[in-house]
Design a protein around this ligand. Structure first.
Ligand code: ATP
Ligand code: MG
Length: 419
């Protein structure tokens, strides 16, 4: 991509009401645009990051057998009340609903989750024990009228969630899938570059299980508090951190308190959303309710978290796996010969399938180009200038390094980047 053609620009100012450090960097880099508190747009650079995160999640969900669908955001009131009678339609019980009305006056809900509609839909497809187990997932827009929206893209009122739902014959079969999903989540956070600071965390459960599992990433800007047990590499959420739980889990007494952000969670639902309507005929000819689980991740929350934890005072430091482009090619000065050489390098990089953003802008000082490059945070920076040409090539430097080194075009094209 030619930076001169990119419609977004970097900027020095951020909206006065923006208090999140990650959102500030993302806005200044032109990755996102703020519409209002808790509502953001994704611009070309930001969308590339989001799509890469989604693809990593998709690969891991496919690997455990998940089947991808997309369900509607519009949901029927009757369905929430008729089948479940749990009052999750009631605004007094669920205070994050957005609702709207059709022309006939009937009320519809804008999805904040999908347990009710998906278990209703599955009545059409699940009859016998032979139809189970399976799992289904989607990247789907959720609406939540969040009270606090101060964490940039980590807590928004409209966001795409990856939600997976598993359908099993019984608890035993469910737990086999649950463990696979847990491992898939661990893989995702590792691949995205936050594995080393993300802890499997015991949190409050539901009717069927004592605990649910959250994945919590340590950062001072997090809204949650966890107690980390380093020996076992796990944590307990403050909301359930009691003596009883510590004893239950046999984790000893060594805990470190940290602020953290919940980047994902997995949950045993049991038959809460299948009873009494989603039944299957078991081997003996009797009827049993399907045993369910749900598994959520917010790709945008992950993106915001990465920026929170992987940045310095100059800007973002993207991990290679989710960077919008792998390499930032900069041409300095206005010399025609240098520009010609830089263009040749750009073409060669494209031919070698290296994802490159080429800062080919004219009338901009070297200092400004360097500052923009640090702000955008691509993993590698390659500079072509009169000086680098005199020294025999291109100056290559990692975003995390202070000093670069001169290499040839051939060497640059042969580097195994992981984009
Ligand atoms: P939280 O406790 O942070 O409010 P939650 O427990 O309500 O989140 P879930 O309903 O389980 O979260 O959603 C699954 C995942 O979706 C979360 O782990 C998080 O990654 C993401 N997520 C939840 N709410 C938001 C939001 N408002 N904006 C962006 N991502 C979100
Ligand atoms: Mg939560």
């Amino acid at each position: 991509m030619l930076q001169s053609k990119l419609f977004t620009k970097t900027r020095k100012e951020v909206p006065a009401d923006e208090v999140s450090r990650s959102a500030e960097l993302l806005i200044r880099g032109g990755f996102i645009n703020k519409e209002m508190a808790g509502v953001y747009d994704y611009l070309p650079l930001g969308l590339r990051v989001l799509k890469k995160i989604e693809n990593i999640i998709r690969q891991e969900m496919d690997a455990i057998g998940g089947q991808e669908i997309i369900m509607s955001s519009l949901q029927r009131q009757e369905l929430w009340q008729k089948h479940f009678n749990q009052d999750r339609w009631d605004d007094a019980k669920v205070d994050i609903w957005f609702k709207t009305k059709l022309k006939d006056g009937s009320e519809k809900g804008l999805a904040f989750t999908h347990e009710e509609p998906i278990s209703n839909m599955m009545e059409q497809f699940v009859y016998s024990y032979r139809d189970l187990p399976f799992s289904v997932y989607q990247f789907q827009t959720k609406f939540r009228n969040e009270l606090r929206a101060k964490s940039g893209i980590m807590r928004t009122r409209e966001f795409v969630m990856k939600d997976l739902y598993s359908f099993s014959r019984n608890e035993k079969e469910h737990l086999i899938f649950y463990e696979k999903a847990k491992q898939a989540y661990i893989n995702i956070f590792k691949r995205i570059g936050i594995g080393h600071i993300t802890y499997l965390t015991f949190a409050s459960g539901g009717v069927f299980s004592k605990f649910s599992h959250e994945f919590q990433t340590v950062t001072p800007s997090g809204e949650d508090t966890i107690y980390i047990n380093e020996e076992n590499n796990i944590a307990i959420n403050k909301e359930v951190f009691t003596d009883e739980v510590k004893k239950d889990l046999e984790l000893g007494e060594n805990f470190k308190e940290e602020k953290s952000v919940e980047v994902g969670n997995i949950f045993t639902l049991g038959t809460k959303f299948s009873e009494p309507h989603l039944l299957f005929e078991d081997e003996k000819g009797g009827k049993s309710p399907v045993f369910m689980g749900s598994y959520g991740i917010g790709p945008a929350r992950l993106m915001g978290t990465v920026v929170e934890v992987l940045s310095d005072d100059k800007g973002i430091i993207w991990p290679e796996s989710i960077a919008p482009y792998t390499l930032h090619l900069l041409v300095l000065g206005e010399n025609e010969k240098v520009f010609k050489e830089a263009n040749k390098i750009y073409e060669s990089l494209l031919e070698n399938n290296i994802e490159v953003l080429f800062d080919d802008r004219t009338g901009i000082s070297a200092g400004e180009k360097f500052a923009d490059s640090d702000l955008l945070g691509l993993p590698y920076r390659a500079v072509v200038s009169e000086r680098s040409m005199k020294e025999g090539g291109i100056e290559l430097k990692k975003r995390t390094e202070e000093k670069g080194k001169i290499i040839s075009l051939k060497e640059l094209c042969s580097i195994k980047f992981t984009n």
